[in-house]
Design a protein around this ligand. Structure first.
Ligand SMILES: Nc1ncnc2c1ncn2[C@@H]1O[C@H](COP(=O)(O)OP(=O)(O)OP(=O)(O)O)[C@@H](O)[C@H]1O
Ligand SMILES: [Mg+2]
Length: 264
């Protein structure tokens, strides 16, 4: 495997932010506080977590809150079919069908795009990856989106044959979106923690190319699994690295609260 260092990527956003427009607010107040204002605009963030940890919900809430702040977003789904995704999201109060109808949040099935492009469903060639990248950039450009989600990058990486292709794809996507002032969340599926050390991505490359890592996990409290969130890195901002509790509810969507220490 090729080893990559954090500093072999050109940082376009790695400076101290003191102006609010430099941050893309998630709209989840406690999370924005932890982030020191929000995600630095133009950053590519890897949202890592095992199955059911809240990746899809948090990234959709990020787009819905963005729409309420006047920022258009696009959600590319690969793992979940569109109808299932929208059906699940309709249970949350942050999700408003009108945002979809008005084009403030756009949900696109990436499998349909790749079918239309005539790409191999299993493995992409270098040309296939490049064609897909162009389409993603064109869509982001045409819709003038400020927020973009790919759910999940793991499923997309599975179709890219080599580590170099994965690195190239994420780097080119991230830098062109950053140039458009678009902030990106890539969800990353990993096994539950405790299965032999923390792993932030399946292929071990994605985390080095991303500007930030948001890690969703669980802690066991007397047999109760409590969801947690931790910011592992976020280039361009001074942020908290403490673990906090993450709750999911229909009325609030994702909420962040302090993780109370167990009294034994
Ligand atoms: N309306 C709801 N109210 C409270 N909790 C919910 C609600 N809908 C879903 N959940 C919880 O959220 C979990 C799913 O969250 P989400 O789909 O965002 O996770 P994920 O990390 O994307 O999972 P996956 O890796 O399977 O895609 C469910 O397993 C359930 O526990
Ligand atoms: Mg999901």
């Amino acid at each position: 495997m090729v080893a990559f260092q954090n500093d072999d990527v050109v940082h376009t956003t790695n400076h101290t932010h003191d102006c609010p427009e430099d941050f893309c607010k998630t709209g989840i107040s406690e999370l924005d506080l932890k982030l020191g204002g929000g995600i630095p605009t133009g950053n590519t963030v890897l949202m890592v977590g095992s199955s059911g940890s809240g990746k899809t919900t948090l990234s959709m809430q990020f787009l819905a809150n963005g729409a309420k702040m006047g920022e258009r977003g696009v959600f590319f789904t690969i793992t979940e079919p569109l109808f299932k995704l929208t059906k699940n999201m309709e249970n949350f109060s942050f999700y408003d069908k009108k945002m979809i109808e008005q084009g403030k949040v756009n949900i696109i099935d990436l499998r349909i795009i790749s079918e239309r492009l005539g790409l191999d469903a299993e493995k992409y060639s270098v040309e296939d990856a490049s064609a897909l990248l162009d389409v993603l950039k064109d869509i982001a450009d045409e819709l003038q989106v400020k927020r973009l989600v790919i759910d999940s990058i793991t499923a997309l990486c599975y179709r890219l044959k080599t580590n170099e292709m994965i690195r190239d794809f994420i780097f080119k996507l991230g830098s062109s979106l950053a140039a458009m002032g678009c902030t990106t969340i890539l969800t990353s599926e990993v096994p539950p923690s405790g299965d032999g050390g923390i792993q932030y991505s399946k292929y071990g490359i994605e985390e080095f190319i991303a500007d930030g890592i948001m890690y969703l996990s669980d802690v066991d409290r007397k047999g109760d699994l409590i969801r947690t969130l931790q910011l592992i890195k976020m280039r361009g901002t001074s942020h908290s690295r403490s673990k906090v509790a993450l709750a999911i509810s229909s009325s609030e969507g994702i909420e962040i609260t302090p993780l109370l220490k167990s009294k034994g």
